[in-house]
Design a protein around this ligand. Structure first.
Ligand code: G3H
Ligand code: 13P
Ligand code: ZN
Length: 313
């Protein structure tokens, strides 16, 4: 059933677990996510970025997610990293049950003003709003750790931001990074800061850039594409370790965004199939292993986040 982010995260807050938010771009990713949610009896957030909308078109994505939401588990249809106010307004008017406004690169006052505008559009329609304060910077954006820390979310500012905007969930920066190549060494999340943010805000906290970057799947991918630049860059890539995800959940994180882990699973499956199966020309066969590996990723996350079994009957 289609529901809002606010409802799903309120239940997660009560139960002390987090709900996975998985980025989708096509049918097979949507199927992998929803089939696993049903098998695990887990609530799920299915999200599309502006890039996904550019790629597939909003009407196709809405139709896929609405169809997925006919399943007997709570499903949130969420816009990830909305930056273009026109796209956000269209998503609200087109049936998304939740939107993110990412104003993290604006100064405080402008971020507040734009977020308030989005809340003003969303609230009357019962649509939830995720906002962001503190930019999430990757290894490629900045050179030093201290430079990166300058963008971490300030707890007091986060408290003022939530009060001023009325947003339903808050994305923060505590040391994660977007993409498959996050870090050369295992990232250490600033859990102490997270605890302070949690105490300062009354809304659930969202962790972006949370993929674990499984060494096993990276090795599988590299087996079949080591000469390609993008794949060789995966060498030594380190994601967010499971124990840090658990610590983050303990300190108030209730929505966890995963895209890169799905991309790597998709790629590992597709490359292996293309290289080892010299007969297949049927797209359904070519994509079967990708879907299986993505389902394993989603299932692992649901168990790790504690959302398995939490869908109400
Ligand atoms: O955080 C961003 C997501 O991984 C979406 O990436 O904009 O390439 O679709 P994308
Ligand atoms: P990853 O790149 O770590 O999967 O993060 C995805 C994300 O934050 C989407 O908003
Ligand atoms: Zn993100």
């Amino acid at each position: 059933m289609l529901t809002t982010l606010k409802k799903v995260l309120a239940a997660a807050d009560k139960g002390g677990y987090a709900v996975g938010a998985f980025n989708v771009n096509n049918l097979e990713i949507v199927q992998a996510v929803i089939e696993t949610a049903v098998e695990k009896r887990s609530p799920v957030i299915i999200q599309t970025s502006e890039g996904a909308i550019e790629y597939a078109g909003m009407p196709f994505l809405i139709a896929l997610i609405r169809t997925a939401a006919q399943a007997p588990v709570p499903v949130v249809m969420h816009l990830d990293h909305g930056k273009d106010l026109k796209v956000i307004k269209l998503a609200i008017d087109s049936g998304y049950t939740s939107v993110m406004f990412d104003g993290s690169l604006y100064k405080f006052a402008e971020n507040v003003a734009k977020t308030k505008k989005v809340v003003g559009w969303a609230k009357p329609k019962g649509v939830s709003v995720e906002a962001e304060i503190g930019a999430i910077k990757g290894v490629e954006d900045l050179v030093s750790v201290s430079e990166k820390q300058a963008f971490f979310t300030d707890p007091a500012e986060a408290g003022r931001f939530v009060k001023a905007t009325g947003c339903d969930a808050l994305a923060i920066s505590i040391g994660t990074a977007h993409g498959a190549y996050k870090s050369k060494t295992a990232p250490t999340l600033d859990i102490e800061r997270l605890g302070k943010i949690d105490a300062a805000v009354k809304v659930p906290i969202v962790l972006h850039g949370a993929s674990g970057i499984s060494a096993e799947l990276v090795a599988k991918t590299k087996n079949y594409c080591e000469t390609l630049e993008d794949c060789s860059r995966l060498e030594g890539a380190v994601g967010i370790p499971d124990d840090q995800i658990l610590a983050a959940i303990k300190h108030g994180v209730r929505k966890i965004n995963i895209d890169s882990d799905l991309r790597i699973a998709f790629t590992a499956g597709l490359r292996e199939t293309v290289v080892t199966d010299h007969k297949a020309i049927d797209p359904r066969k070519l994509l079967a292993l990708s879907k299986k590996l993505m389902k394993e990723v989603v299932g692992h996350k649901m168990d790790l986040f504690g959302s398995t079994g939490k869908a109400k009957k």
